[in-house]
Design a protein around this ligand. Structure first.
Ligand code: NDP
Length: 246
């Protein structure tokens, strides 16, 4: 039997990049999957169709991670439509790479609201609906632990906050068998951080493997953390970064 059979997962920002790969992988593992997106309804619908085409069950919900009401609504709709909630993947996030002195207040707010505030709201809403034995999985970043790249100071700080939230929350929900873990990608080839982009060369130089990673390589770790096999792992920061932080 598939390892996530009869489970329901919600992946925020699941229409493109790492989130889309996670949604497809969890569905391939047997879960029914809801994804949220902010703007690109066509991309979200393509993910749903791909999952359905492989025999899975999926649902796309427009919900900006900076909008409290929309996030709470997405959790409610997931439970109402798919029947329960077992796995939350807090993936929606954004980076605005530029030197901190040049970063505007609006850009700071955007990164804080999407990368951190949105996670707090989604996690609280999910916990009120989640079954015992559930999984809360953050997509943080390797720069939340060690930041060697100029231009990512504020972004890295939001991911550091995600790391500490993960560790603290794990101690509050463990008695319900719910685990809370933080998957920290390194440079992954997506629209947000293209392997052919201006910022790519120093990131590749910082890896031990001398290459970008793929969204599927992140999804493979998320799949393990979402599964029953990871039952004794909680409060952990699990880095999938090609050795960037080695
Ligand atoms: P992409 O920009 O490629 O994809 C982002 C996804 O999130 C899209 O589905 C997008 O949907 C959605 N999204 C963006 N803003 C919002 C929002 N406000 N509310 C809801 N959904 C939103 O990013 P990645 O796949 O590269 O990144 C995913 C996560 O991984 C982020 O948290 C990022 O910080 C983290 N990460 C990425 C790394 C990388 O190298 N790529 C490295 C380390 C961490 P839509 O198009 O509709 O807006």
């Amino acid at each position: 039997m598939s390892k996530l059979a009869n489970k329901v997962a919600l992946v925020t920002g699941g229409s493109r990049g790492i989130g889309a790969a996670i949604a497809k992988r969890l569905a391939a593992d047997g879960a029914s999957v809801a994804i949220t997106y902010a703007k690109d309804a066509n991309a979200a619908s393509a993910v749903v169709k791909a999952i359905e085409g492989s025999g899975g069950k999926a649902l796309a919900i427009q919900a900006d991670a900076a909008d409290t009401k929309a996030i709470n609504g997405a959790v409610e709709k997931t439970v109402a439509t798919l029947g329960r909630l077992d796995v939350l993947v807090n993936n929606a996030g954004t980076a605005i790479p530029k030197l901190f002195v040049e970063t505007t207040l609006e850009e700071m707010d955007q990164m804080i609201n999407i990368n951190f505030r949105g996670i707090l709201i989604a996690t609280q809403a999910a916990l009120k609906n989640m079954n015992d034995g559930g999984r809360i999985i953050m997509i943080g970043s390797c720069v939340g632990e060690k930041n060697m790249t100029p231009g990512l100071a504020a972004y890295g700080a939001t991911k550091g906050a995600v790391k500490m939230f993960t560790q603290g929350l794990s101690r509050e929900v463990g008695s319900r068998g719910i685990t809370v873990n933080n998957v920290q990608p390194g440079p992954i080839d997506t629209d947000l951080n293209p392997a052919a982009g201006d910022w790519a060369a120093p990131q590749i130089a910082n890896t031990a493997l001398k290459r970008y990673g793929t969204s599927d390589e992140v999804a493979a770790l998320v799949s393990f953390v979402a599964s029953p096999e990871s039952s004794y792992i909680t409060g952990a920061n699990l880095t999938v970064d090609g050795g960037t932080n080695a």
